[in-house]
Design a protein around this ligand. Structure first.
Ligand code: NAP
Length: 276
C-alpha cells in the first residue's frame, strides 16, 4: 500500500473541476486524480494537463452510479489505505431557457447535484485520513434559493440539529411536490438548481457536525463553497471569472494547512465565510 497522499476531484474533465486538478497538481504534495464519468473525455483532459507539464492520474467516476463510486472507493482503500483530499465538484444545471418540464428538471438536477454528491460522501468520507480536507462545491444560488423558501423551510435548512435523513426527505419531497405541481404552495422556490445546492450546503453543515462529534481529534475540515461566476459550459462566456480563478476558493479549502482548525462546516465564497 502506498504511503503517498492522494486527492480526488469529481467531474474534473472540464470547467472548474479541471482547473482544480491543475492547481492541485502544482500545489498538493501527492497523487491527484482527475475523474470523469466518460473515460474518453477524462483521458483527453489528462492529456491536456500533461501538455502543460503536469502529471494527474485518472480514475473513472460517475456520481450517478453507485457501482462506479464503490469501485473508486475500493481502489483508494487498496492502493492508498484512504483519502486525504476530496473535492465534490461534479454538477449539472439546465439552461435558463430549457423547455424541459420543471418536474423533470427537478428530478434530474437533484439526482446528480444532491443525491449523487451525497452518495460519494457516504462511500468516501469513511476513508478520509486524519487532517483530511473535504470541499463540496455548492453555489451562492443556494443562499438566494434559501431566501426564496417559506419561513418554515428556511428554519429547517438553517437548523443546527437537522439530520441527514431529514434533509434527504426534504429533497425528495421537493421532487415529489414538483411532480404534483404544488412546490410553490409547499414553500419551495422556483429553481431546481437552487434547491439542489441548498441540499449540498446543508449536507456539508450536517457532515461537518458529525465529523466533529464522531472523529474528534482527526482534524478533518469539511466545507461548502461557491467558486464565483465562472466561464464554463455551465455558466457561459459572459461569466466574470476564468476557470483557474473559479478554482481558487475550492483549492484554498482543499489545502488548508494542518495547523488550521477552521473554517469547518461553513459556506465559503472568495475565501471568506458567508452567513447561511
Ligand atoms: P461544467 O463545465 O458543466 O462541468 C461540470 C463537470 O461535472 C463536467 O466534468 C461533467 O462531466 C461533470 N459531471 C456532471 N454530471 C456528472 C456525473 N453524474 N458524474 C460525474 N461527473 C459529472 O460546470 P462547471 O461550471 O465547471 O461547474 C462545476 C461545479 O461548480 C458544479 O458543481 C457547479 O454547480 C458549480 N458552480 C459553477 C458556477 C459557475 O459559474 N460555473 C457557479 C457556482 C457553482 P461531463 O463532461 O461528462 O458532462
Amino acid at each position: 500500500m502506498s504511503s503517498v497522499q492522494v486527492a480526488v476531484v469529481t467531474g474534473s474533465n472540464k470547467g472548474i473541476g479541471l482547473a482544480i486538478v491543475r492547481a492541485l497538481c502544482k500545489q498538493f504534495p501527492g497523487d491527484v486524480y482527475l475523474t470523469s464519468r466518460d473515460p474518453g473525455r477524462g483521458q483527453a483532459a489528462v492529456a491536456q494537463l500533461q501538455q502543460e507539464g503536469l502529471r494527474p492520474l485518472f480514475h473513472q467516476l460517475d456520481i450517478d452510479d453507485l457501482q462506479s463510486i464503490r469501485a473508486l472507493r475500493d481502489f483508494l482503500k487498496e492502493k492508498y489505505g484512504g483519502l486525504n483530499v476530496l473535492v465534490n465538484n461534479a454538477g449539472i444545471a439546465f439552461k435558463v431557457h430549457d423547455t424541459t418540464p420543471f418536474a423533470v428538471q427537478a428530478e434530474v438536477t437533484l439526482k446528480t447535484n444532491f443525491f449523487g454528491t451525497r452518495n460519494v460522501c457516504t462511500e468516501l468520507l469513511p476513508l478520509m485520513k486524519p487532517y483530511g480536507r473535504v470541499v463540496n462545491v455548492s453555489s451562492m444560488v443556494s443562499s438566494s434559493a434559501l431566501r426564496g423558501c417559506s419561513q418554515e423551510l428556511q428554519q429547517k435548512f438553517r437548523s443546527d440539529t437537522i439530520t441527514e435523513d431529514e434533509l434527504v426527505q426534504l429533497m425528495a419531497k421537493f421532487v415529489e411536490d414538483t411532480k404534483r405541481n404544488v412546490h410553490d404552495k409547499e414553500g419551495w422556490p422556483n429553481t431546481a438548481y437552487g434547491v439542489s445546492k441548498i441540499g449540498v450546503t446543508v449536507l456539508s453543515r450536517i457532515q461537518a457536525r458529525l465529523l466533529k462529534e464522531q472523529r474528534k481529534g482527526d482534524h478533518i475540515l469539511l466545507n461548502a463553497c461557491c467558486p464565483g461566476w465562472v466561464r464554463t459550459d455551465m455558466a457561459g462566456p459572459k461569466a466574470t471569472k476564468s476557470p483557474d480563478e473559479g478554482a481558487e476558493t475550492p483549492v484554498y479549502l482543499a489545502l488548508l494547512p494542518s495547523s488550521a482548525d477552521a473554517p469547518h462546516g461553513q459556506f465559503v465564497s472568495d475565501k471568506t465565510v458567508k452567513p447561511w
